[in-house]
Design a protein around this ligand. Structure first.
Ligand code: G
Ligand code: G
Ligand code: MN
Ligand code: NA
Length: 254
């Protein structure tokens, strides 16, 4: 409970910040996007990773104002990058199912796009499969309405949790992110190879762009490329970085 009230205060005290992890085109190596990831600089405990507080933020409802801050800060930052590769990148923002279903989310996305001037098609909203579990017609309509704004949708952590092929079929998604637990085990583990290659084929047939996350080795990258995977993200290329560090990273690789 103490932690929950600290979490609430953290918003007012501006203790959150974002790091950005590059997403690269697997064929050309071009930087095509960044995923924004939240961090909490706790006054006593130092940097707290999101796994330690997202759950509490969801239970307490704090995820709504926190997620609103993330969305705006990420769009502001990306809109501010005016030169080089960063002037074109998309930004992926993780949105909790609770935030997605909260009143006014659609209007807030629209407001952030207007206020920051970011082109709608440069914003990718990442949803985990649990966001779709209670998807009825109304749920899909909600996603369709978001798509009407011009934003892109990504299905995050695909293959774990509540993987449901009907969601994959029905959701108006643009990107399918293969969970890193599969990426970890390829090439070499035959059963993981079977699942990973099937996800890529299925996703491509449904016209998703396939993103592999958690790529750590060149062997993984080569294998994913052989499957026809489109984009990659992982420690092989870059860790999540603060904005200034990312700008330097982009300059260094030119
Ligand atoms: O950055 P890291 O690998 O520690 O992230 C761990 C988990 O926290 C991931 O599942 C990621 O999706 C989630 N996460 C990171 N930032 C955000 C955020 O801004 N909002 C939400 N809802 N989840 C986030
Ligand atoms: O669930 P989501 O994909 O949103 O979370 C991304 C998380 O994965 C972030 O916490 C990020 O720090 C972490 N991450 C990014 N690249 C790698 C990687 O190559 N290996 C591992 N183990 N974690 C990674
Ligand atoms: Mn994600
Ligand atoms: Na993920």
């Amino acid at each position: 409970l103490a932690f929950a009230s600290e979490l609430e205060a953290a918003i007012a005290h501006q203790e959150f910040y974002l790091v950005y992890q590059p997403q690269l085109d697997l064929t050309t190596g071009a930087l095509v996007g960044v995923e924004a990831l939240i961090r909490w600089r706790h006054p006593q405990q130092g940097v707290v990773p999101p796994v330690k507080f997202i759950g509490i933020a969801e239970v307490t409802g704090l995820i709504v104002p926190m997620g609103a801050w993330v969305l705006k800060a990420a769009c502001q930052q990306v809109a501010a990058w005016k030169d080089g590769a960063l002037s074109q990148v998309k930004v992926s923002v993780n949105v909790s199912p609770i935030q997605l279903r909260s009143a006014g989310f659609h209007a807030y996305v629209q407001q952030v796009l207007r206020e920051t001037g970011l082109a709608a098609d440069r914003l990718v909203i990442e949803l985990t499969e649990s966001a779709f579990v209670h998807t009825d017609d109304k749920g899909t309509a909600h996603l369709q309405a978001l798509k009407q704004l011009g934003v892109k949708l990504a299905i995050d952590d695909f293959g774990t949790g509540y993987s449901c092929l009907a969601y994959l079929r029905d959701i108006p998604g643009d990107y399918l992110k293969v969970d890193r637990s599969f990426v970890n085990d390829v090439p070499g583990k035959e059963r993981s190879e079977a699942v990973t290659s099937a996800i890529v084929v299925l996703g491509k047939n449904l016209h998703y762009q396939i993103v592999a996350e958690g790529v750590e080795t060149q062997a993984q990258a080569d294998y994913l490329k052989s499957l026809g995977c489109d984009l990659v993200q992982g420690y092989l290329y870059a860790k999540p970085m603060e904005a200034g560090v990312l700008q330097q990273w982009v300059r260094d690789r030119q």
